[in-house]
Design a binder for this molecule. Structure first.
Ligand SMILES: [Zn+2]
Length: 132
């Protein structure tokens, strides 16, 4: 994907990419909240940035499987439904969201309750439960 800092951020925040997720994906800044991390991880899916997903996952990522899945999917909308904690002074956070994507051309929705934990001042994705 071309790197245009003035494009609207894929995460749906309404900000430009430059003012939103780019600083976490490309400038090495730490997401200050669980929400910022979730948004930037979503943007990493949109942009095919596997390294960022690996770096921000508390657990080991199956890179090959993730990469193959990213190749067959195209994310087009993130909807954040509920945010529990995950603020700069919290150590844990949980976010309910829906991510809309096409997989091999078919429209799908991923609805998840994601957990985030902060370790040594950095937020990590620590797991998720599929929600209905
Ligand atoms: Zn963003």
């Amino acid at each position: 994907m071309p790197d245009n800092p003035n494009e609207t951020c894929p995460c749906g925040s309404g900000k430009t990419y430059e003012a939103c997720c780019r600083r976490y994906l490309q400038k090495g800044l730490q997401a200050p909240t669980a929400e910022a991390l979730l948004r930037s991880r979503y943007t990493a899916y949109v942009r095919g940035d596997l390294d960022y997903l690996v770096d921000t996952d508390f657990h080991e990522v199956d890179k090959e499987a993730t990469e193959a899945w990213m190749r067959s999917t195209r994310f087009y909308k993130l909807e954040i439904l509920k945010i529990y904690k995950g603020k700069p002074l919290d150590r844990k956070g949980r976010i309910e969201f829906k991510a809309y994507f096409t997989e091999n051309g078919e429209k799908r929705v991923h609805h998840e309750l994601s957990d985030f934990e902060k370790h040594k001042g950095r937020w990590y994705y620590s797991g998720g439960l599929a929600a209905e």
